[in-house]
Write a protein that binds this ligand. Structure first.
Ligand code: GLC
Ligand code: CA
Length: 555
């Protein structure tokens, strides 16, 4: 396998709006990010992914871009962005941005021009279609609720949107549109960006016949992603995109890709795949409910373990996936994947170890490194997220009480990941001197960076050691290229695996149960490399206390 510059890197996702506010307007900003580069460097981060910072009306928190060439005023200026790039470079860190090109904002000038002339050239940057017998062109339900087709005012046409109606989908069949997008991507790469995280990218290929589908809800609509799942031809578009942009610059790309079959993996992340890597969402998709996430089924430990193990086995002969516990679209992993008794510092370290040492590129989401958890939500009015409001509405319509609907939103809302970063035990967790745009989690006096800096056994110190181990001279190759092999497969409550390279073998073992576990070694241990319980010697048996994780080199 040809080695790539990004194979052995550790990435960190910043959600700029919630990271650090330096001017008191309650919104995180670029200055805040610049001021924390040393913090991230010390954590061991190489690549920083910024969720969208482009000019936007923020209907979907910046995933609705009004100008691809401008920084949102809320976050700062282009000069500050250039400064961020330069400061990152000084520290040998790489910046990647979110690339949202399946859709733009309805405030983008292309869409404004399309609305002004629904038969003109700009209308063909989007999907403008006539209705059918007084109805929309087809019966698709958008991700955020309601029909995917929105009437174009003053015309007999509709435009297509898979997300909010303020996020019209871009027509990738139009070569002019593609050219505009490629020019924009190259402009950012020329500035010195290392690459992109690419949003909802599978959705760019549509079935141009937009056929009606069998309804899957009482509203008579069918989930729009089924159209995307059924259509062929996305590969050609993705290759075109890559060849006109990323490939020329050796850029790092990570695709937001759900649900591709194992037979498609080589096309996506093989040696010459469409992307450098794609996220592994297999554990997260265990929460997919029948109708959305308001009816998410609970996740069992065994299902979680199987999802991760299967995915590692599937991918390792093909390429690299990007491993996450959480991101800005998911609740906090500590609250979601750990049983109640493990939702504490030991559990956060255990979950972090199991994830960061997997084969693939680790992506740490802001606050994960201090063990941030879901917030407590007292009323639906406290949420900001467009998807949460929609799921709450659906839950109520399906007959859940207000308390029940609030409970599912509390467990699953994307806003759990979006509450402000907890820097210290000070008003608003030190995130802002003003009023934060989204409430601060009330556990900030206990979980915050400053406090954890002062505690040698904190989650933060542990994450530093964990990443340092992964990147250490001695183990870097093994954790980057070593084979993944499941270990102690039949032991209940145990998640364990080996990483193996050229005759060297390291074991990662964790006990997610409540009872101490004692097992005969499959392969005897030689040296403990990391432990969340101060274990320093490998015993003559494998012993794991409740919530214990350790990493050992094997004989
Ligand atoms: C992706 C983003 C999500 C956004 C959606 C629409 O899934 O991660 O935050 O709402 O795309 O752009
Ligand atoms: Ca600010």
């Amino acid at each position: 396998m040809e080695k790539k510059w990004w194979h052995d890197k550790v990435a960190y996702q910043i959600y700029p709006k919630s990271f650090l506010d330096t001017n008191g307007d309650g919104i995180g900003d670029l200055r805040g990010i610049i001021s924390k580069l040393d913090y991230l460097k010390k954590l061991g981060i190489d690549i920083i992914w910024l969720s969208p910072i482009y000019k936007s009306p923020f209907v979907d928190q910046g995933y609705d871009i009004a100008d691809y060439y401008a920084i949102a005023e809320e976050f700062g200026t282009m000069e500050e962005f250039d400064e961020l790039l330069a400061e990152a470079k000084k520290r040998d860190m790489h910046i990647i941005m979110d690339l949202v090109i399946n859709h733009c904002s309805d405030k983008h000038e292309w869409f404004q021009k399309a609305l002004a002339d629904p038969d003109g050239a700009f209308a063909d940057y989007f999907y403008f279609r006539k209705g059918k017998n007084g109805n929309p062109p087809s019966n698709y339900r958008s991700y955020f609720g309601g029909n995917c087709w929105e009437p174009v005012p003053g015309s007999d046409k509709y435009y297509f949107h898979m997300f909010a109606k303020e996020q019209p989908d871009l027509n990738w069949e139009n070569p002019k549109l593609r050219e505009e997008i490629y020019r924009m991507i190259n402009w950012w790469l020329d500035k010195g960006l290392a690459g992109f995280r690419i949003d909802a990218i599978i959705n760019i290929k549509k079935d141009l016949a937009f056929p009606d589908m069998e309804p899957d809800g009482d509203d008579g609509l069918a989930s729009c992603w089924r159209m995307v799942e059924n259509v062929e031809g996305v590969d050609a578009l993705l290759e075109d995109l890559k060849n006109h942009t990323f490939a020329k610059k050796d850029a790092f790309t990570v695709g937001e890709v759900f649900n591709i079959g194992v037979e498609d993996l080589p096309d996506f992340i093989g040696e010459n795949g469409h992307f450098s890597t794609i996220f592994d969402f297999s554990a997260h998709m265990l929460s997919d409910g029948k109708h959305g996430w308001y009816d998410a089924p609970p996740i069992s430990f065994d299902a979680w373990k199987k999802a991760i193990t299967d995915s590692q086995m599937r991918v390792q002969n093909v390429g690299f996936e990007a491993n996450i516990i959480e991101n800005h679209d998911e609740p906090r992993g500590v609250s979601r994947f750990l049983p109640d008794y493990a939702q504490n510092a030991d559990g956060a370290k255990m979950l972090g170890t199991v994830s960061v040492l997997l084969r693939g590129i680790p992506f740490i989401y802001q606050g994960q490194e201090i063990g941030m958890q879901n917030a407590r939500w007292n009323s639906v009015d406290e949420f900001d997220d467009i998807s949460t409001k929609d799921q709450y509405r659906m839950a109520r319509e399906a007959g859940l009480s207000d308390a029940e609907a609030l409970a599912v939103c509390s467990a699953m809302s994307r806003d759990n990941a979006r509450t402000p970063m907890q820097w210290k035990d000070a008003p608003q967790a030190g995130f802002t001197s003003g009023t934060p745009w989204l409430k601060v989690n009330d556990n900030y006096p206990v979980i915050n960076v400053e406090k954890e800096e002062g505690q040698p056994d904190s989650v933060l110190h542990y994450y530093r050691k964990l990443i340092a181990l992964r990147k250490s001279g001695e183990y870097r190759e093994l954790f980057t290229y070593g084979k993944f092999e499941p270990a102690y497969e039949n032991a209940d409550h145990v998640m364990a695996y080996y990483r193996i390279l050229q005759g060297r073998r390291v074991l990662v073992a964790a006990n997610f149960g409540t009872d101490t576990i004692e097992l005969d070694w499959e392969v005897p241990a030689k040296k403990v490399l990391l432990s969340n319980k101060k274990r320093t010697n490998a015993e003559n048996k494998l012993i794991l206390e409740k919530c214990e994780v350790f990493v050992t080199e094997c004989k």
